[in-house]
Design a protein around this ligand. Structure first.
Ligand code: UDP
Ligand code: MG
Length: 314
């Protein structure tokens, strides 16, 4: 049985060597056959150089290099598609996800042949209270409005059998939201708790803005609820305008009260205009996604693939 470790790297020059040596140290005598699939996601620091050295020195290292930064989701997709293992583990390059946990995952997977995937989730989030509150809120919402289940705190850090990897690769959508894809493909998943270690070197690439975009990607990729909400809001506003009209007509006919003038009109125009724009925006977002998808753009563009058995691939 061979294990592939898929490692997306974006500006991780301070981590990749340590990641490899730590993993080798932890795996020694415990895991026999494994490979590293490093994905250099358009790093602008010395990551590529370091990876090239690791490739030259180790026969079990593959390096995939993108032509620019395509994001972690694209990195995961590329890594999975080049991984040769019967088991594949997704793991970050910064050693926040410890190789020791991979051993635990292997134990759990081997303990029951029915299990297809072992996912690590963070028991306690070591982050800003506000961010973790927003994340919990996001999981509540997305679980309510989408057909797939999302586990709060579950990371991309997971070990999967080949059958699950192939199922993930069969989903070729451009806007990739792995957490949703993992859940969508199904398979028997077991969750184990883990504690996130401190980052070895460098900084997290997640800004507040990126997290926000990620959350919206998740909602728009796995739910059509926003469209339904916009239909509902449209219905409510039409209904209220009809009621308003009836009230005004009754007032005029029964009590002789004149229709209130400009103020109401302006308020109504703003209200209805706002609702229409809001709903159009939601519709527009889905159309934009369809537009990008119909162009069949690749999820990533490969600049170089370093692989030992298959040199002509380069
Ligand atoms: N990463 C990537 N492309 C990106 C951003 C991040 O491949 O555009 C990688 C990064 O190098 C790391 C992993 O994804 O190995 C997780 O990123 P990070 O540590 O910044 O996220 P956090 O641990 O803070 O969630
Ligand atoms: Mg990290």
């Amino acid at each position: 049985m061979m294990l592939s470790l898929v490692v997306p790297c974006y500006n991780e020059e301070g981590n990749v060597e340590k990641f490899l040596s730590e993993t080798n140290r932890v795996f020694e005598g415990k895991v026999e056959n494994y490979e590293f699939v490093f994905v250099n996601d358009g790093s602008s620091d010395g990551t590529y150089k370091k990876l090239k050295n690791l490739y030259a020195e180790n026969s079990n290292v593959q390096v995939i290099s993108f032509s620019r930064n395509f994001g972690k989701e694209a990195g995961i997709y590329a890594g999975l598609s080049k991984a040769k293992g019967d088991l594949v583990c997704l793991i970050d390059a910064d050693l926040q996800q410890r190789p020791e946990v991979v051993l635990e995952m292997l134990d759990v997977l081997n303990s029951d042949e029915d299990i297809d995937c072992v996912t690590a989730y963070q028991e306690k989030r070591k982050e800003n209270k506000l961010i973790s509150g927003i994340k919990s809120f996001f999981y509540k919402i997305i679980n309510k409005i989408s057909d797939v289940d999302f586990v709060n705190g579950a990371s991309d850090f997971r070990l999967m059998k080949r059958s699950m990897v192939d199922a993930i690769l069969s989903m070729t959508e451009f806007h990739r939201f792995s957490k949703g894809i993992f859940s969508y493909v199904g398979f028997n998943t077991k969750y184990i708790p883990y504690t996130v270690a401190e980052r070895e070197s460098g900084e997290s690439k997640w800004s507040f803005g990126k997290l926000f975009k990620y959350a919206f990607d998740g909602i728009f990729a796995f739910s059509t609820m926003p469209l339904k909400i916009s239909t509902f809001i449209g219905f409510l506003s039409s209904l209220s305008s009809i009621i308003y009209l009836i009230v005004v007509v009754i007032q005029k006919l029964a009590f002789g009260i004149d229709v209130p003038g400009y103020a109401t009109l302006v308020v109504l125009i703003l209200l209805i205009g706002g609702i229409q724009l809001f709903c159009l925006g939601i519709l527009g977002d889905y159309i934009a996604r369809m537009y990008v998808q119909t162009k069949h753009r690749p999820v990533y563009i490969l600049k170089e693939h370093l692989e030992h058995d298959n040199e002509e691939d380069n």
